[in-house]
Design a protein around this ligand. Structure first.
Ligand SMILES: [Fe+2]
Length: 551
């Protein structure tokens, strides 16, 4: 390990222009200045960019630091230290690379895994390589036990470089807003860069995406789920080489390289959060088209042959046995339910695989994207007889929703991509015997023939489950914040206050229009530590729960 004093370390941070970040680390975590981490332009190809962090499976002790360099570098590593001087450790990075299957450009990324960190502790880190100028970031590990925290969520971001297809200036606006909301972590519900719609420039589009999120993601864990646009023609059997080269995520429990990071879980406080790859189970084919034959799409339905769903079964069973877990939150890209008429709609594939497990294990909340709008459902559980597994509405409460009785789904798909879908199915004018007046929703019912690109939804249903939709086309983008209140006694109530903010179009002259609150509601449920909770409760979790530092 290279010896470097803490003082020299922090001096080094200042020398890179990150002094404000280090100063903020020493004071409060609540700093927000997206421009802060924009490194000055450099002609040095060995300088790190696209810097971002992610939790390991245990956010109280593990953090992954990831970055990109234009060229190969010698001894990529991070130096990590706590401002109180308790530790200072150098961690070598693993380098991953791939060559884009369409334009032949090589992408080189590096990942360093910090384990055995102290809970609820802020750290400063430097990204290093021999001969390269250091780049600095900060992060804070999660506390142990139950505690209040905020996270944010949105999907379908794209880049702020409007020369790329599917990108808009609002991609920068949304990242700016996430920084202002200062979440403990962020959930990105799939469809990240839309590089696959810019076939000849995929690595360059990814670079713009990653550098856009760096202002937040270099100090706030950015946890992702795979969307259809992450499946790129020419980049591996699933098309995930770009994604898997750039993101280092908790393990799936599988040794297969093609599955790494495709699904995973982590636990923060009283919330157990699961990222799923819906591409494995949906029937719609809306990823990448063959550049030589646009009628043919890359269709990867069923690639895990049920392994992901079996993992989900085991993982949710374990979470529900854990008395420290009150909330189970799942996030994935394509929604189970959506009444968007200009978007995709729902998918029977999800209803046949994931949904029964959400019912079985009492999942509380599902977050999706894909349709570029905002919609939330009523509380649902089970299915309506005689339908295409249409989820049954078990409560029409909208202000306060008790998830002891079921789960609620949200589509939050207006992150920043240029196209928006805030047009919804027409009302039925009372034809439904129970919920007359509900909209008609689209539904994918079966696999496409011969990998047809962009297969249409052939099913329709009355969207009895649709509770709130945002049809305001003057505010087509938006994100959601989630404030978890763990409650104050074992067996008592815990809540999540959910807010969806939407945003008007950004302009070059006014790039950061303010978010406007559109929807706010409260999820509530019973804490899971009500029976002998003191024995299993917060005080019981210490070193026995630490897992090895790798992933
Ligand atoms: Fe999508």
């Amino acid at each position: 390990m290279e010896s470097i004093s803490r003082r020299a370390f922090l001096r080094g941070a200042a020398a890179t222009g990150a002094a404000s970040g280090a100063a903020a680390l020493l004071g409060s975590r609540a700093w927000a200045a997206p421009a802060l981490w924009k490194q000055p332009g450099s002609t040095d190809a060995s300088v790190a960019d696209q810097l971002h962090i992610a939790y390991g499976a245990d956010p109280s002790s593990q953090m992954m630091v990831s970055w990109h360099t234009d060229t190969s570098v010698s001894r990529p590593r991070i130096l990590i230290g706590s401002p109180r001087g308790r530790m200072e450790v150098e961690i070598p990075a693993e380098t991953r690379s791939y060559v884009d299957g369409i334009n032949g450009v090589e992408t080189i990324c590096h990942h360093a895994r910090a384990g055995w960190l102290e809970p609820n502790t802020s750290y400063v880190y430097q990204v290093l390589a021999d001969g390269a100028a250091p780049v600095t970031g900060t992060f804070t590990t999660a506390p142990l036990g139950r505690f209040p925290f905020r996270f944010t969520s949105v999907g379908d971001l794209a880049t702020p470089n409007t020369s790329w297809k599917k990108s808009s200036l609002n991609a920068a606006t949304t990242v700016h807003q996430i920084g202002q909301f200062n979440p403990m972590f962020h959930l990105h519900n799939g469809d990240l860069s839309y590089a696959n719609n810019n076939e000849s420039s995929q690595p360059a589009v990814w670079a713009d995406f990653m550098n856009n999120i760096q202002s937040v993601a270099s100090n706030t864990p950015w946890m992702t789920a795979l969307g259809n646009h992450e499946s790129e023609w020419g980049n591996g059997p699933l098309g995930y080489a770009s994604y898997q080269t750039r993101f280092d995520l908790p393990a799936t429990g599988s040794n297969r390289p093609a599955w790494q990071g495709n699904w995973y879980s982590f636990k923060v406080g009283s919330a157990f959060i699961v990222s799923l790859d819906a591409n494995d189970v949906v029937y719609q084919n809306s990823g990448s088209a063959d550049p030589d034959n646009s009628a043919v799409g890359l269709y990867i339905h069923g690639y895990s042959n049920g392994a992901q769903t079996a993992w989900l079964d085991r993982t949710l069973a374990g979470a529900r046995r854990d008395p420290e877990v009150d909330w189970i939150i799942v996030f994935f890209h394509q929604p189970v339910m959506s009444s968007s008429s200009s978007g995709a709609g729902g998918d029977l594939g999800l209803r046949r695989t994931f949904m029964p497990l959400f019912d079985k294990y009492g999942v509380d909340l599902a977050l999706c994207g894909h349709d570029h709008d905002y919609e939330r459902t009523y509380l649902v559980k089970g299915t309506d007889p005689g339908t295409e597994l249409r989820p049954t509405v078990v409560s029409q409460d909208t202000a306060t929703v008790d998830t002891d009785g079921g789960h609620l789904h949200m589509v939050i798909g207006g992150g920043g991509t240029s196209g928006h879908d805030d047009v919804y199915g027409a009302d039925t004018a009372g034809t439904d015997p129970i919920y007359g007046g509900d909209p008609i929703a689209q539904l994918y019912l079966d696999t496409p023939a011969d990998e047809v690109f962009g297969n249409a939804a052939t099913g329709r249903e009355v969207a009895t489950w649709s509770a709130v939709r945002d049809p305001d086309t003057t505010h087509p983008w938006g994100l959601a914040t989630f404030d978890v209140d763990p409650g104050d006694h074992p067996g008592g109530r815990t809540t999540i206050s959910v807010s969806f903010y939407h945003t008007p179009p950004a302009t070059v002259a006014a790039p950061f229009p303010a978010p406007v609150l559109f929807d706010r509601f409260t999820l509530t449920k019973t804490r899971r530590d009500g029976f002998g909770g003191h024995r299993f409760g917060d005080r019981g979790r210490r070193d026995r729960d630490r897992v090895p530092a790798t992933r």
